[in-house]
Design a binder for this molecule. Structure first.
Ligand code: PLP
Length: 385
């Protein structure tokens, strides 16, 4: 075996400083042990059973109802789900939600990907892409020829969040205005949102919902459902696995078109139930508020850490990015943290900054964020010795 060569300095963080749980990754992120224990408890009756039977369908039903409650969905909204995660939902939306022309706010790795999917689709017109510098976000602009506005609630690659509102001056979809589709993969459950402001709010469960990847969920307004039906009526070719009419009809039966990962659904439902039992979105977003307050206050008071996002209101409450002073190598800090059991604090690789990035999803304990800050202080102090 080739030995693992590393020049990570041998620094041992005192045990009393360490967080109770060392998982701070942006996704897959911390899965709560309570959820895993609950899954283990039903492993003999739930895992390895048919997704077309009541045992599994009742969990899917509970998940759909729980999300309806968590997001206070108005009557007529549907919770749809399917396989393949958010990336597959972009493709499904390219086929089944964009009629002719979309507008995309592009301000990081993830928001740019949906724009690329739409630009590459031969059946669509060239999308309008409104970009801004990383660390900021652009604003949507109402236009008559746009039938879908693609927003991102939280840009995971940079740690920028934006409020979800319909573009100023845009007609309501019922009056011919464009749909608002929001990539909320890392924001959903950790950031507040008003369902009247979106038509499709879609995400995957490996971030705020403390589960595994591979599934997508979309909260669909009546206007979004009408659009799906209208496009289907035009007989546009759509691969069955990306067909939103098929996904929607299966979802209404508490099923997916093809076999889903049962453990993922269970862990997801467990987290949604936990949020709802504790007070709903106010509780879950409140946890992220508290963590981010701790994190940014620490950075503001530090003489070596600076929040990457300049505007305070853009600083994400679910993903924190901080640049470190040039005299400190952030990669070394992350490596020392990792050697001490604090994992996935490395920045988004393509951003290429001397930075630490941490998740502050609701499942992550605010006390653990405070402990992490103390550990970074300790490591930076030890490296300076
Ligand atoms: C993680 C993430 C994605 C990708 O999700 P997958 O389920 O891996 O496809 C997309 N958008 C945002 C904002 C994300 O954070």
């Amino acid at each position: 075996m080739i030995p693992y060569v590393t020049d990570t300095p041998d620094i041992s963080i005192p045990a009393n400083l360490l967080p109770a749980d060392g998982r701070f990754g942006a996704g897959p992120s911390k899965v709560r042990h309570e959820a895993v224990d609950a899954l283990a408890a039903v492993s003999g009756t739930y895992l390895g059973t048919s997704h077309r039977q009541k045992t599994v369908k009742s969990v899917v039903g509970s998940l759909r109802e729980g999300l309806r409650q968590l997001f206070s969905l108005p009557d007529g909204y549907e919770v749809a789900l399917g396989n393949g995660g958010t990336t597959c939902f972009w493709d499904a939306a390219t086929f089944g939600l964009i009629e002719r022309k979309s507008q995309h706010l592009s301000f990081g790795e993830f928001s740019s990907k949906f724009a690329t999917a739409a630009a590459d689709a031969p059946h669509l017109e060239e999308p309008e892409i409104i970009a801004s510098e990383v660390g900021t976000h652009p604003e949507a602009v109402a236009r008559e020829d746009i039938d879908l506005y693609a927003l991102t609630h939280n840009e995971t690659s940079t740690g920028v969040m934006m409020p979800i509102t319909r573009p100023r001056g845009a007609a309501a979809p019922a009056d011919g205005g464009g749909l608002v589709a929001v990539d909320a993969t890392s924001g959903a459950g950790g950031l507040r949102v008003d369902p009247e402001q979106f038509d499709a709010y879609y995400f995957a469960p490996q971030k705020c919902f403390g589960s595994d990847g591979g599934l997508w969920v979309a909260l669909l307004s009546p206007a979004a459902q009408d659009r799906i039906a209208a496009i289907a009526a035009t007989k546009r070719w759509v691969p069955a696995s990306l067909d939103l009419t098929i996904a929607l009809s299966n979802s209404k039966l508490d099923q997916t078109y093809n076999t889903p990962a049962l453990a993922t659904i269970f862990l997801f439902d467990h987290q949604v139930s936990w949020f709802n039992e504790q007070g709903g979105l106010e509780f879950s977003a409140g946890r992220s508020d508290r963590s981010s307050e701790i994190f940014y206050t620490w950075a503001d008071n530090s003489d070596f850490a600076t929040p990457f996002v300049t505007r305070e209101e853009d600083r994400s409450h679910v993903i924190g990015t901080i640049d470190l002073d040039g005299s400190i190598n952030a990669a070394t800090v992350a490596a020392v943290l990792r050697a001490n059991g604090i994992v996935d604090t490395e920045p988004y690789r393509k951003l290429g900054r001397n930075q630490l990035r941490i998740a502050m999803f609701p499942g992550i304990d605010p006390d653990d964020v405070a402990a992490l800050c103390a550990c970074v202080n300790y490591v930076v102090g030890a490296l300076a010795q």
